[in-house]
Design a protein around this ligand. Sequence first.
Ligand code: RIB
Ligand code: CA
Length: 310
Amino acid sequence: MPIPVILDCDPGHDDVFAIWLAAGHPEIDLRAITTVGGNGRLSHTTYNARVVAGLAGVTKVPIAAGAPGPLMRALSPAEWIHGGNALGGPELPVPEVEADPRPAIELIRDTLDAAAEDVTIVATGPLTNIAMFARIYPDRLSKVREIVWMGGSTGRGNVTPYAEFNAWCDPEAAAIVLESGPPFTMIGLNVTHQALVTREVIARIGAVGTRAAAFGVELLSFYNSTYETDQGMPEAPLHDPIAVALVAEPTLVTTVRTRVDVELDGTETAGATSVDLLGKLKREPNARVATGLDVPRFWELLEQAMRSLA
Ligand code: RIB
Ligand code: CA
C-alpha cells in the first residue's frame, strides 16, 4: 500500500528531485506539497514548486505556500548555491499548476484530517512550517506517522563550519519539531554527501528523455557549478531526494537511534546539530539519524521514478 506523504520543501535544485521522486515512486502517495522560505524567498520557492510539478505532469497534488522565513531569525536565501530565483540555470516556463489558496499549515491540517491512515511528513528545507503546524495544531500530530528531514549533520556544516543550511536557517524550528512528538528521522550531510551528481548521473537523468529530465539536466549543471565555486565540490550532493527515498525503500538508508540537540545560542555554532552517537550525555534518544546510503540503488530509484513521470 503506497505511503501517504506530505512534502514540505524550498525548491531549490535538489528539492526538485525530491518532488519528482515523491511523485513518481510507486510506494509513495504524494498528497500535498508545501513550500517555505529557505533556499529562496517564499515567492520563488512556491513558484518553482509549481513550475517543476507542472513540467513532470504532477498536476493533481495541491501546492500551498507557508512561512516566508524563520520563526525568530532573518531569512538568508542560499543564493550562493541556488541563484537569485532559487532555481538558477534553466529558463523557467510559465507554471501549469496554480497554488492552493490555503496557507501551508491549513493544507497540512486538511490533508491529515482527510487521510484514513497516518501520513508521513518529509521536510527538505528549514522546519519552519512543521514547527508552526506542531504549535498551532498539536491535536493533529497523532495522525503524523513520522517526520523525515533532510537537515543537520553528524559532522561538519556547509553554511558555517558546524551548521548545515536547513538547521542553520531556522534552528528554533528544528528544536521544536525534534521535541514535537512524532517519530523523527534526520538525514544529514554525513550521508547526503555520498550522493554526488557525477557526469554519469547527469547522463542517466538526461537519457530519461522527458521534458522534466531535460530541465533536470540543466538544473544539475548549474547546481554543480555553484557547488564547485562555493564548496569546492565539482560534483554536488543531491541531498533532498534521499529523504523521500528512505520513505520509499527504508532499507536504502542505514540509521541509528540516538540523541539530537540543536545549538541555538552558539556565537559560532548556532544551527549545529549535536548528534550524541556515543550516548555520552545520557539523554533520552529522540531521533533516528542516517549513517549510511545504498548509493547505486538510490540513483536507480530516482531514474525509475523520473521515467514514470510525464
Ligand atoms: O544543506 C542542504 C539543504 O539545504 C538542502 O535541503 C538544500 O536544498 C538546501 O535547502
Ligand atoms: Ca531543500
